[in-house]
Ligand binder design. Sequence first.
Ligand SMILES: Nc1ncnc2c1ncn2[C@@H]1O[C@H](COP(=O)(O)OP(=O)(O)OP(=O)(O)O)[C@@H](O)[C@H]1O
Length: 589
Amino acid sequence: MTAAVMANGNWDPALSRLLVSLEEARQVLPSSEEEFGFLSDLLQSKELHALVKVHNKIINNGKDEKFHPTLSNSMQIALEVLEVVAPRTCISEDCKEVFMLLQKPHIQGLLCAHDAVAQKDYFPRLPEIPLEVDEDEETIKIVQLVKSNEPLSGAQSAEPIVGATIKTDEETGKIVIARIMHGGAADRSGLIHVGDEVCEVNGISVEGKTPNDVLKILQSSEGTITFKLVPADGKSGLRESKVRVRAHFDYASATDPYIPCKEAGLDFVKGDILHIVSQDDAYWWQARREGDRNMRAGLIPSRALQERRIIHERAQIDKAAGEESLCSVSVLPGCQSPKSPRCASKPKTKKIMYELAENDDFDREEIATYEEVAKLYPRPGLHRPVVLIGPPGVGRNELKRRLIATDPEKYKTPIPYTSRSVRHGEVHGKEYFFVTREKMEEEIESGKFIEFGEYKGNLYGTSAESVKSLVNAGYVCILNPHYQALKMLRTPQLKPYVIYIKPPPFDVLKETRNAAYARSTFDENNSRGFTDEEFRDMLHSAERIEFLYSHLFDCTIVNADLSAAFEHLVQAVTRVETEPLWVPASWVQ
Ligand SMILES: Nc1ncnc2c1ncn2[C@@H]1O[C@H](COP(=O)(O)OP(=O)(O)OP(=O)(O)O)[C@@H](O)[C@H]1O
């Protein structure tokens, strides 16, 4: 058999040699016939031979220079190229083509696959071969870290002096690592893991000590700190998540009574983009502010924890408010309670187009905590609609009119529909699309209108289709709908950019409007200025809009001085056309 194998010229010479050695050793080795037989069969099996051949081929080809990847981060480079070419797509056809090409999912898939191969990032990973260890003997590791200025605290069980916190293990009573802060010294070392038992710090045994005792040892140490640790079982390396979220609330760790370690907290304000690096803990996520150069992550309340808090706070406020104000909205601490639509004194003469839905603008159920976001790159020839939201009379029409006047061939506003009859000189499709009341009611019913209302017995409204057709025709669609339309508009299909036009404080509002002889939009004939009551209504309405919808705003412009507000608007619109911006993650997938 052996001879037959060896005679076969194709047979792998290394396998043949092994087989010959096996035969030679047969007499002298104390192994059983069965064991020899098994090895002999294995060395002669076609499967093993085929495997060895494949292996040799890969090794030989791998030596070939042409199989070496020139880079292993092509996807990263593609994203950088996208950022560079995005603003140039309007001026160069080549840039436009590169931009479109690099955004194609197939190209991106290919680049990702290339990088995975280049980085030899093959899955599944084989587990490391376990070393044979004496079961009674504990493995000890010695880790040295340089003490840094990372947060230092004696709070409860935590002491993130080297980017880690410790606690007393409830079962064993020993001091263990409770948490590793992403990007902190411990994390960067890769040597300390959650669950590791701390035996000694700088040669001092921590047996029987509390976390606070250990903290004191650490505080009094200078320079390098040496830990003697018993590794935790089944520790896993920290894998950084790629999740980015937009915060919908302000957070200050110093005033949070529940955070396990105040100094490890990450403060942020509403609207900040946060990179969530770990969601391992159900209550405390680890995050970095996007673009923050500080490598160490901080603790923030998880979505679940924040939702619970908000529900609890709302319940407290509702309880306190009691029966006294049945129509008040529950508010978060720090927010002023905006007037309820049913309690607010309604402007008397305002031409209300949106009366039909005026009662249901409150979405009390929604608990805005974090929204997952991703970057949306500008798409040449496919512009995001720009939506101006604000209280009636604040100046949205004025700003929209001025913007369209800068380039009427680029900026367009959808033509509304109405059920009223055509007046002399009006043309269907110019001022309005004129349709029957029945047809309009039917389409409203089937959700085709992003906003609608009734005025003097006639229906008026804007259809989602009109917005889509302007976008598809390559225009920048500018809308200034009633704020209730926001929910209908903010869809992955339309991807609107929402700008909130905010009124300035009362005095400035009154002064600027009176100085410009502004016409009151509450007056049917537009023949007089605003009254003080109307200014106040505008400010109340602004408060309510902010309370209900501010988490949906991409940008806020205070309309005090009109030309400054307009300049701000032009800048914002240019940014939407040229820069990658954060949007809900579902819009990008
Ligand atoms: N910053 C400003 N300074 C002075 N006047 C202003 C300013 N902004 C707007 N106005 C004037 O205020 C009046 C109302 O503005 P506009 O019609 O644009 O309000 P609107 O938000 O569209 O209101 P509505 O939603 O009720 O139609 C107009 O006469 C406008 O020229």
